[in-house]
Design a protein around this ligand. Structure first.
Ligand SMILES: [Zn+2]
Length: 80
């Protein structure tokens, strides 16, 4: 039985090797700002007022929220 192909799908954190985790942490947790949920909603609202559409996602590695230009399904770690 073959798994259906999942494009732009990130592995669940539990299945990542330490190296992959380091890469993800570097990409999302260090390069991006981390927000609490309340704060990220305010930022999103501000950006929308300025005409910029941004999304946020919950990061399972640092337990905070990061902003992204990609729609959430591109980076949602929980996608089944
Ligand atoms: Zn993070």
């Amino acid at each position: 039985m073959s798994e259906p192909k999942k494009e732009k799908y990130f592995k669940p954190v539990e299945e990542m090797s330490p190296q992959e985790k380091v890469w993800i942490i570097h990409r999302s947790c260090i390069e991006k700002k981390s927000f609490k949920l309340e704060a990220v909603n305010k930022v999103i609202d501000k950006l929308m007022e300025q005409g910029t559409i941004m999304y946020y996602y919950h990061c399972p590695l640092c337990s905070s929220y990061h902003l992204t230009k990609n729609p959430p399904y591109f980076i949602d770690f929980q996608v089944a």
